[in-house]
Design a protein around this ligand. Structure first.
Ligand code: UD1
Length: 383
């Protein structure tokens, strides 16, 4: 069987790594080999957003890089479709496997179906109900046309049923990203937080950081257009972090390229960089971020993946969004995350209650480190 799997942006890499390992394991023991091709669309191209993950997660180099790079959504999707079609015509795979919700899944699922190739979506069925999120559009299109929908939780399977997807296309396999977390826990635990801060420093406070292992700190990541692309939203968040959080507890902010650009545009960069108790870091590798998550008192984020990792590690998580496609990570479903949107009084209130909470790790059903094997089995068994 010939499988092409596709990655495009940072959150895809931790989802594809265990799938590739599962294929290698299958090929060692089975006479029916899987011939696998890894395609990188090239949406994320900075070493820190891409190469670092391939190295740490031991993902083999992509066989093909489409070199799409940055651009508007239409440019990214359009160029990916044009280049991916050439790959499909040449390689003629039996399956195209897509993961997550970035632009690659929209482009590559549509291209695959137009070439009459079977398509499997890993992490299917997540729904935020928010059509202003590009990821929601990507999920809806990919799930509507894919042949096999592998879901991370039963709420997602239910979403697909409600949309009328036939039962034989839906398979609950668990969360593949947690395979990567389990595979890397021990390695991450050994890292030193002082080293992480100094080695990834962007501002002076970080490069001259003296503390080490067990200091208490808060972690923040922000990259969604809804949080960073409007000054009237981003500025009050930054102000809250500087005026209220940093006063009390050190804050580590790992800064996404988009966010850094916007902070500069809004004239906030100098103030952020000169804080003494705010450690601004480059985007981190997988192991470094996992270590910070294991040790943080509270995480403030708009990332979907971090909500899931916080749930498994038990880190109190404030999600700076008004909705989530991952309700299983919310405290009302037993998870670690609370939705706080971008309203400062709500963020303040939930921040103080999160500080008072302890760490409570929870593993939702089938978030057990063996999802990738179930994904491959579902593809091989598909009739
Ligand atoms: C993309 C995904 C999002 C995911 C996020 C993780 C979509 C629709 N969005 O958003 O779901 O959570 O990745 O990071 O696919 N840039 C660099 N270096 C890079 C890549 C991008 O500097 O390696 C800059 C670009 O110039 C651009 C900005 O970062 O201005 C945003 O990049 P883009 O790929 O458009 O989307 P993300 O916001 O990263």
């Amino acid at each position: 069987m010939k499988i092409i799997s596709v990655v495009g942006a940072r959150p895809n890499f931790m989802k594809i790594a265990p799938f590739i390992k599962a294929i290698a394991k299958h090929n060692q023991v089975s006479p029916d080999k899987v011939e696998h091709t890894l395609v990188h669309t090239g949406q994320h191209y900075d070493d820190r957003m891409s190469r670092a993950f391939f190295e740490q997660l031991e993902i083999p180099d992509a066989d093909i890089n489409l070199g799409i790079g940055s651009g508007s959504h239409a440019e990214q999707v359009g160029h990916t479709m044009i280049e991916f079609e050439k790959v499909l015509k040449e390689r003629k795979p039996d399956w195209v496997v897509i993961v997550g919700d970035v632009n690659a899944i929209l482009a590559c699922s549509v291209t695959a179906k137009k070439e009459h190739i079977l398509c499997c979506h890993i992490e299917a069925g997540l729904r935020s109900g928010d059509m202003s999120m590009p990821e929601e559009v990507n999920r809806l299109v990919a799930d509507r046309i894919s042949d096999l929908l592998l879901t991370p939780d039963l709420l997602s399977s239910e979403n697909l049923r409600k949309e009328g997807v036939s039962e034989n296309k839906i398979k609950f396999v668990g969360n593949i990203m947690i395979d990567t977390l389990e595979n890397n826990r021990v390695k991450a635990e050994k890292l030193d937080i002082g080293d992480i801060i100094r080695q990834n420093a962007v501002n002076e406070a970080a490069s001259t950081f003296q503390g080490s292992k067990n200091k208490e700190f808060i972690v923040m990541t922000l990259h969604r257009p809804s949080n960073v692309d409007k000054k009237e939203v981003l500025e009050p968040i930054v102000r809250f972090m500087i005026d209220e959080v940093c006063n009390d507890t050190p804050l580590i902010w790992t800064i996404h390229p988009r966010t850094r650009k916007m902070i500069q545009e809004y004239g906030l960069l100098d103030e952020v960089m000169s804080q003494k108790n705010l450690f601004v870091l480059e985007p981190l590798g997988y192991l470094e971020m996992l270590k910070l998550n294991m040790s943080a008192r509270v995480i403030l984020t708009d990332s979907g993946g971090l909500q899931e990792e916080c749930t498994v590690l038990g880190t109190p998580c404030l999600t700076l969004r008004w909705n989530t496609e991952r309700p299983i990570t919310l405290t009302e479903h037993g998870g670690a995350s609370v939705l706080v949107g971008n309203n400062i009084s709500r963020i303040r209130e939930e921040y103080h209650s999160a500080l008072a909470k302890g760490r409570k790790p929870v593993s939702p059903e089938l978030w057990d480190g063996h999802t990738a094997e179930r994904c491959l089995k579902a593809i091989l068994d598909h009739k």
